[in-house]
Design a protein around this ligand. Structure first.
Ligand SMILES: [Zn+2]
Length: 412
């Protein structure tokens, strides 16, 4: 090839091969009622302040601006080409955890239906602004401040549990245990009036339960069991039940987000610290439940239930949600079978291609054996299996789980 042609070719090719253009960002049109924060939340960007700043910079808006209907806005997610090999080589980065974080983010967006194809299929990676910019999570900041607040004496409100609230003013019923966003819990029906539920979210305190690895993060059984438990508890209250959260976290209400921070500050009903020994810990909560059960029974309440919520890790496979009942109680068996059937039905409606593998059996477990109320013990899945992990890391799935459990318990 003549030399001048080579020069010409390299002149023509260089700019095309390495374009110096600003990265493309994902654009969205706001949904009805959307603000900047709700968009950031939808795209799981709300935990990092830098994402909000970037959104404002990209769109030349501030938090005070309301978004214009029908207008396109740029979201701080870069659209980058996937080279078919790895996220690291595609982006020219070396940090494995950052790459794993981006991979998880893409899976999340796919699962939420926000991204239509997997990046390995459409060769487009969604790279959230915070992952390449070393941003500090606002969650870390919140934790510091709530820990400080945690040292203050517990307010009177905090001691008042759902079950003891007066039902006369449903619009103003406040249950601090659910956290700021969900504390107000109106009563929607009296369907479950007269029923008492003791909700035992498994583990807590120094015992995180099973731990799964998800990207660069630990998933602690106690945190996810607690979040689903709170969501279930709130639904039961909405429909008139009396409930007791036996495990309690003074500063984690119902939480959004995918990776729930592992902490150790859970306590039990009545404000005691969770005991350290395994057997002591189980006796501590069965004693509390039995004491409350006796008091409530004397007061004439006959329908009392214990719901223990866990996430399994003993098996190597996907397990789905499965249940145990009390071998000595027909009522427990019946409730477990009903709940099982109800979940199977939901699978048929919502997961048309998904086969439900969850089992229902009995097992000699302390909380089933020692607690006086009718008891059910649930395992929400396998915390170490990627498919089961999706059931708990997506907030929408935790909410759906609680809803399914509620429907099953309420016999709907
Ligand atoms: Zn467990």
């Amino acid at each position: 090839m003549p030399f001048f042609l080579l020069i010409l070719l390299s002149y023509l090719l260089t700019p095309a091969a390495k374009p110096f253009v600003a990265p493309d960002y994902l654009s969205v049109v706001p949904q009805a009622g959307d603000g900047i924060l709700s968009i950031l939340r939808r795209y799981e960007l709300d935990k990092y302040r830098c994402n909000l700043d970037k959104f404002c910079e990209l769109n030349k808006v501030t938090l005070k601006n309301s978004l214009i209907k029908g207008k396109k806005y740029l979201v701080p997610i870069q659209l980058r080409a996937f080279d078919g090999k790895s996220i690291r080589s595609s982006l020219g980065i070396s940090n494995f955890d950052v790459a794993k974080g981006i991979e998880i983010f893409n899976t999340l967006m796919l699962n939420k239906g926000l991204k239509s194809k997997a990046f390995k299929v459409d060769k487009i990676l969604w790279v959230p602004h915070h992952t390449l910019n070393n941003c500090t999570s606002t969650e870390a900041k919140t934790t510091v401040s709530t820990n400080q607040a945690g040292k203050a004496p517990i307010s009177e409100n905090e001691r008042v549990d759902p079950g003891y609230q007066k039902l006369s003013n449903p619009g103003k019923r406040k249950f601090p245990i659910f956290g700021d966003t969900y504390a107000y819990t109106p009563q929607l029906s009296s369907l479950l009036q007269g029923r008492i539920y003791y909700i035992d979210a498994g583990h807590g305190g120094i015992d995180p339960g099973a731990i799964g690895r998800y990207g660069g993060y630990d998933l602690c059984e106690d945190e996810y069991a607690y979040d689903v438990s709170l969501r279930l508890c709130r639904k039961l209250i909405e429909h008139g039940a009396t409930t007791y959260m036996i495990t309690r976290d003074p500063n984690d209400g119902i939480r959004g987000g995918t990776v729930l921070k592992c902490d150790k500050d859970e306590e039990v009903w009545g404000g005691q610290r969770i005991k350290t020994g395994h057997a002591d810990r189980l006796h501590q909560r069965s004693n509390i439940i039995n004491q409350l059960y006796d008091q409530n029974r004397k007061a004439g309440i006959t329908q009392q239930f214990t719901i223990s919520i866990h996430i399994d890790s003993r098996q190597n496979k996907q397990v789905d949600l499965f249940l145990y009942y009390q071998s000595t109680s027909e009522a427990s068996k019946k409730l477990a079978l009903n709940l099982h059937q109800s979940i199977r039905n939901k699978y048929q409606i919502y997961r048309k291609n998904g086969k439900y593998r969850g089992s229902v059996t009995t097992r000699n477990l302390h909380m089933l054996r020692e607690c006086k109320p009718i008891g059910i013990y649930l395992e929400l899945g396998n915390i170490r299996h990627p498919l089961d992990q999706q059931r708990i890391v997506l907030e929408s799935n935790r909410e759906a789980l609680a809803k399914w459990l509620f429907d099953g318990l309420a016999g709907q």
